[in-house]
Design a protein around this ligand. Sequence first.
Ligand SMILES: [Zn+2]
Length: 64
Amino acid sequence: MELDWATLLKRTYDIDVMVCPCDGRLKAVELVTEAERAKELLEQFVMLAKSPPVTRARPPDWDS
Ligand SMILES: [Zn+2]
């Protein structure tokens, strides 16, 4: 019998890793077995986590 990692974590540590902060359910979308693909995904997550640069506030009549 083969169990997925989420089921194993639930059984072993009683941690539900598939619950979303909004109380919804997460779903697995990809099984990553290649190191290069894992690196690529991690780089994408880091880029998404970085907030865009904050620009200085301008008065409403700045460009008039
Ligand atoms: Zn959610």
